[in-house]
Every structure is written in structure tokens, then in C-alpha cells.
Design a protein around this ligand. Structure first.
Ligand SMILES: Cc1cc2nc3c(=O)[nH]c(=O)nc-3n(C[C@H](O)[C@H](O)[C@H](O)COP(=O)(O)OP(=O)(O)OC[C@H]3O[C@@H](n4cnc5c(N)ncnc54)[C@H](O)[C@@H]3O)c2cc1C
Length: 369
């Protein structure tokens, strides 16, 4: 049996692909309903990354290609493919758009001021429109995914490995499994995984009633969804503070509302519901997928690694992670969860761009000295 800990989009997609490939899976979360962490807050925009052809842009767009097709084919009722218009954050960013143009994911349409004005935005002179992009109903998708998977409510406190079996230990019970997948988002304190450099970034989303007739979604340094049945979503992850509730002063959406009003020249946004949550990011902004290095064994058996000695890595047996999904959890999750299931069940190697090993050597030399 494979035990997946965490019923956010990372854990749910892992369980989904493992089960599809024939594995017996149990999903554990401290909550009895899915997506109570970062996943339930997401605007869940599914769009490509723009930029100057970095390896992260290339990887993100591979994930976008896979995931938009996955949602379109398997979960079309939750994926709204109205397209996403990416517009510059400011005048400096607008200059960069000219450089980005040739590296854009295709299909992409270049929209000039007059075309953008047709959707009611008349102060923006350039944008990239991605017709295959859209947004997901995050919570509805997560609820649908959990319907087909056995979910068990338990706050996991520790993990122990003995005689080839993992014990997943909670306050009142423990569960045994041969394999374990950790998909706990930014709260990753069950093992020493400091080397992955997982950090949280706080964000908010508001669902609003509005007469703003936006036929497509817009992404700037915040996002506004298309209007469906009189409702729009406005959201962003933007607060690095470890005490976000103190810094927002009880009004987490105030800043985003002001930006949306300025962009659309409208102010009939009537708040229906507020969502706030944390998303996790790795040190290099790529997701983290695969086996986990046994840090304490490495340091005790090979102390010279902190001075640059290269030795083979030792990993925990049958223990895997899927984390660091950043601001694109719904873009990355199907793509990387599929890769993880192939790795666990068929031994297919993990792409070096997302393999956690990449983060270990840098960490051990810098942080341990
Ligand atoms: C405001 C906001 C807007 C966003 N917008 C977008 C967007 O437009 N597009 C996009 O693709 N992504 C977006 N994201 C990012 C996306 O939501 C995240 O990358 C994604 O949800 C991370 O999923 P996860 O499963 O890794 O973590 P989470 O959703 O946080 O799930 C982790 C789960 O693990 C459980 N857990 C943790 N520890 C334990 C334990 N010890 N025992 C039991 N259970 C445990 C938690 O209860 C939780 O359910 C946004 C995020 C936020 C916050």
C-alpha cells in the first residue's frame, strides 16, 4: 500500500495517478475535507510562463502543455478555457514584453491597445493572449478527485521505518504502508529536509459579484478571472511576512481590490468570500519531486561532504516527496504527479530539473560550514 500524506492538489494528483496505475492508495490529511491548505485558496489559473527562455520557463510550459490537456480531457467541467491575457506589471515590464515575445508558448496572440479595449480595459497598450489557458474551480476539482480515493483523517506527527515498513504515526493511531509520499505543502516538518529550502508565501483570493463583463481572464501582478454567472475571482500570492494576518490588518484583499478597480475602472465588486493561504516554494523555484536524502546519515557517515567530498547519496527507502509547487500548483501538479507515479511504480528516472538531489549538494556546502 502507498500512503500519500496531504490532500492538497499535490497529494490528490499523486494519489490519482498512482491509483490509475494500479496501486492501492490511502490518502491522509489532518482535515476530513480536501484542499484546506494553499490549494483551496488558489485562483487556479492555468497559463504558460513568459520570459527570456529560462529553463524554468521551458519546464513550466512543458507542464502547462500536459496539464491543460489533462484538465480538458478528464475534468472539463472544472476547467474554464476562456483564455488568459498576460499584461505588463508596469512600463519597465512592458519593455521586457518585446524581448519575451519570441519565446512565448504557442498558440499566443499579441494584443494591442485597441483589441484590449474591446474587453473593457482601455489603459493597457500590449498583452499576450493565450487561448488554451484558463482557470480551474480549485475546491470543486479537489473534492471530485477525493471522491475516488480512500481519505483518512489524521494529523501525522512522525514517521518511522522498520523492517521494510513505514509507520505513519498520529496522536491517536498509526498506519503502516510500504511506500509514503509526502505532499504536505509548506508545513514540511516531519523530517529534516532543510536542504530543499522550502519557504511559504502568503496569498489571498476574493470571489466577488460584479457586472464587469470580462470574457477572458487577466494576469498582471495579480489575476482577475473571466465573469461567470456574475462572479469573478481576484487573487495573488504576495506576502512574505511570517505573520501575514498582522500585516494585512484584517483586510487581506484591500490592496488587490484597489488594483482591480484601477485596471478595470469599475468599482462594483461585492465580496462574497475571502480565502487566505500559504503556498510553498523551493530554493530554485522548480518543484521538488522524488526520493529524499537521509540528511543525518549523510552527515554522520560522511562529515567531509561539508568540505566538498563527493560520495553517493543515501536516500530514505520508499519515501518520496512532491512539494515546492509555488504559484503554479495547478499547472505543475498533474505533470509532476504523473512523473512521480512512473518513478515509484516503474522505476523511471526523475527529471534532474525537479529531482531533490539537485538541492542537497549546494545546501550541504553552504549552510553546514
Ligand atoms: C492565494 C493563492 C493563489 C494561488 N493562485 C494559483 C494559480 O492561479 N494557479 C496555480 O496553479 N496555483 C496557484 N496557487 C498555488 C497553489 O495553490 C499551490 O501551489 C498548491 O495549492 C500547493 O498544493 P500542495 O498540495 O503542495 O499544498 P496544500 O494545498 O497546502 O496541501 C497540503 C496539505 O497537507 C496537509 N498536511 C500538512 N501537514 C500535515 C500533517 N502533519 N498531517 C496531516 N496532513 C497534513 C494540509 O492539511 C494540507 O491539506 C495559489 C496559491 C494561493 C495561496
Amino acid at each position: 500500500m502507498i500512503c500519500v500524506i496531504g490532500a492538497g492538489v499535490a497529494g490528490l494528483m499523486s494519489a490519482y495517478f498512482l491509483k490509475e496505475a494500479g496501486a492501492k492508495v490511502v490518502l491522509i490529511d489532518r482535515s476530513s475535507i480536501p484542499a484546506t491548505g494553499g490549494s483551496g485558496c488558489a485562483g487556479a489559473f492555468i497559463s504558460p510562463k513568459i520570459g527570456k527562455d529560462s529553463s524554468l520557463q521551458e519546464f513550466t510550459n512543458e507542464a502547462f502543455f500536459f496539464s491543460q490537456k489533462f484538465y480538458r480531457d478528464r475534468f472539463p467541467k472544472f476547467f474554464h478555457t476562456d483564455g488568459v491575457l498576460r499584461i505588463p506589471k508596469n512600463s519597465e515590464d512592458e519593455k521586457r514584453f518585446k524581448i519575451y515575445e519570441k519565446y512565448n508558448y504557442t498558440p499566443c496572440e499579441i494584443w494591442q491597445k485597441s483589441k484590449i479595449k474591446e474587453i473593457g480595459i482601455d489603459n493597457v497598450s500590449l498583452g499576450f493572449f493565450f487561448p488554451e489557458a484558463g482557470d480551474i474551480d480549485a475546491q470543486d476539482l479537489c473534492k471530485e478527485l477525493v471522491d475516488s480515493i480512500d481519505i483518512h483523517q489524521m494529523n501525522v506527527e512522525s514517521l518511522e521505518f522498520k523492517d521494510g515498513v513505514w509507520s505513519i504515526i498520529g496522536d491517536r493511531e498509526s498506519i503502516e504502508a510500504k511506500d509514503v509520499v509526502l505532499a504536505t505543502g509548506y508545513e514540511s516538518n516531519l523530517l529534516d529536509i532543510r536542504y530543499m529550502g522550502i519557504k511559504g508565501l502568503w496569498g489571498s483570493r476574493g470571489d466577488y459579484k460584479s457586472s464587469l463583463e470580462l470574457p477572458i481572464s487577466i494576469h498582471k501582478d495579480f489575476s482577475i478571472s473571466s465573469n461567470r454567472n456574475g462572479t469573478i475571482k481576484i487573487g495573488a500570492t504576495h506576502i512574505k511576512s511570517p505573520t501575514p494576518c498582522l500585516s494585512c490588518d484584517g483586510r487581506p484583499l484591500a490592496n488587490l481590490e484597489a488594483k482591480a478597480k484601477e485596471l478595470t475602472k469599475r468599482d462594483d465588486f461585492e465580496l462574497i468570500e475571502t480565502f487566505c493561504g500559504m503556498r510553498s516554494t523551493s530554493r530554485d523555484h522548480f518543484p521538488i519531486v522524488g526520493s529524499i536524502v537521509d540528511v543525518s546519515t549523510m552527515l554522520s557517515e560522511y562529515p567531509a561532504i561539508t568540505k566538498g567530498a563527493k560520495v553517493p547519496l543515501k536516500h530514505y527507502k520508499n519515501l518520496y516527496i512532491l512539494n515546492g509547487l509555488g504559484g503554479r500548483g495547478f499547472v505543475f501538479a498533474p505533470f509532476i504527479a504523473h512523473k512521480l507515479s512512473q518513478y515509484i511504480l516503474k522505476g523511471e528516472p526523475i527529471d534532474s530539473r525537479i529531482n531533490p538531489d539537485r538541492l542537497f549538494w549546494k545546501w550541504v556546502r553552504k549552510e553546514r560550514l
